[in-house]
Design a protein around this ligand. Sequence first.
Ligand code: ADP
Ligand code: MG
Length: 699
Amino acid sequence: MSKSIPELYGSLVFNDAAMRTRLPKDIYKALKKTIVNGTHLELDVANAVAVAMKEWAIEHGATHFTHWFQPMTGITAEKHDSFLSPTDSGEAIMDFSGKELVKGEPDASSFPSGGLRATFEARGYTAWDPSSYAFMKGHTLCIPTAFCSYSGEALDKKTPLLRSMEAVSREATRLLHILGDTEVRRVSATVGAEQEYFLIDKEMFNQRRDLRFCGRTLFGAAAPKGQEMDDHYFGSIRPRVEAFMEELNEELWKLGIPAKTEHNEVAPAQHELAPIFETVNVAVDHNQLVMEIMKKTADRHGLACLLHEKPFEGINGSGKHNNWSLSTDTGVNLLNPGKAPAENTRFLLFLTAVIQAVDEYADLLRVSIATAGNDHRLGANEAPPAVVSMFLGDELEAVVESILNGTDLAGAGAIQMDIGPKVLPHFVKDNTDRNRTSPFAFTGNKFEFRMPGSSVSLSGPNIILNTAVAEILSRFNETLSAVPEGALADAIHALLKETLKAHKRIIFNGNGYTDEWLAEAERRGLPNLKSTPEALPHYISDKNLAMFLKHSVFTKEELFSRYEIKLEAYCKTLHIEAKTMAEMLQKDLLPSVFAYLKELTQTALQKKELLPSLTTKAEETLIERLSGLADDISGHIDRLHTLAQTAEETGEPLDAGSFYHSVVLPEMEAARLAANEAEALIPDDFLPYPTYDSLLFYA
Ligand code: ADP
Ligand code: MG
């Protein structure tokens, strides 16, 4: 590293420091106001910002600019325009106007819209999100934008996230004002996204159709060694991976992405990166960049970065933990239990609101992370179950109990009872509690939502979290705003008690991986939505639609279009997987089986010819087993083709989704077993693709 980290950090970002030094004072102030209050940007301000931004970008090697946006594909999109503008005298100048900064018109017809554009407007436009800084990528100035149709429907993942941030800010601020904290103007949701990923050798990656087309292996005999020795987690990092991480960090730091920790994960070849938390829309933008830069950096190091939730059978998959909290513009983390009784009251109200939100909208949280890839992870013995529950830890659980029972909190460790006028417990939270099996865990001053898959955009889960918490806070506000001041403490206590009583069922501090818990969860009436097609219809239920409408996060059309897109993505993914599997079995595995059978047969025949008394039992056993398996595999190939076609011809998307889940997927599972068995009997050099051994334990 030639530059020091502070020099490097944010050097490719048109950030606050760059704006402050380059913008005229009044323009800087006006822009700041827009960013802080989320208000409209005046054209003269935009023009001045555009000029400064262009100059900054050109100094950093820019020739082009792009409105960088997040269509509903889950990845980011960009269309580059050059700054070049010809003059009348035949020369060229580098030009960039305020209009070009604030608004773009990408040809958007091939992005998924779930029928939205057909119903509304043919074209879409992008609009600058000034709360997320512009940055340089290669020779291009990237301007983070939202993407909408001309009639205002959101066609992307950023717009509803910004709307949900507004909703939770509004309701949280209102509650704080009721509590007497009238200085607060805004409340921001904050997110730290821990990203898991696999690194494998690029050459090997390229030799497997399943990895190339699906991002995961569709079959593969287990290596003799997996993760059972627990020797990878936090283990020392190999030089090749270390070089990758070093460059990755540098790239991220240059973009002002606060990458903080990196370590090996549980599975062989698996790693994790955690940044420091940021405001949620910036954290989501940054996580999208993290994924993109991981892939590009890996490529430069002869590696392939796998972001799929389940690249390999039999070892852990990858998730993306969404650490979430709420923070005021006065610098207070609302999920931080304070020292004074008033701070504890505030903390308990926000904590209780999250508890109710997660209980009432557990189905939506499940939907928000439902993808074909993540279905392989949830409910397996490595990731949270598909049942959403919350972990509070013993201390907080004791606080909850004391509120419910009206009892004092006596002598329990760090917890102290405040003997003020009202019975709200005063305590100091010791954040050493750890429960790795919980889907939604309180970790001292934030909640960690652990269900998101490694490849998903965190926009979805945070839209739900923000909106659901906004909804519950709005109900709290209704109740409490009607209470005369002298009666507020009593009213809060009653509200906490009533809410906790009604939603206590969502709290579970035990081991979430056990069957006992699943049975218990069912008794408690918690939803267990095991697959994506089972979960998705909840997206558009009346209860959930009402919430989105009330807080202006989705219109009905926007919500239904998203439901359609998710369902379609699920079906397409499984279709591609089924076809890839059939092709790989047909073109890669079967020919290898036949080649080895031929060798075995020839060996046996030659042995007999040479010396009739020689036995050929070993060859015959293998020949018989492999011939049988080849027949099985051939049958699976036929069925995969037929079933994929039946699924494709199923008219109703939800029926198609269910068919993929309940018929196609089990067929793929059966084919996988046959393939694994055959593969285990064949020498590696007969196979045209690398096995689990070499993929996971490359040098
Ligand atoms: P651990 O979970 O190992 O204790 P940390 O608590 O330091 O690690 O953080 C895990 C992630 O949670 C990091 O990305 C961190 O920045 C993030 N985080 C910490 N505080 C908050 C907060 N108030 N809001 C959102 N994320 C947070
Ligand atoms: Mg974590």
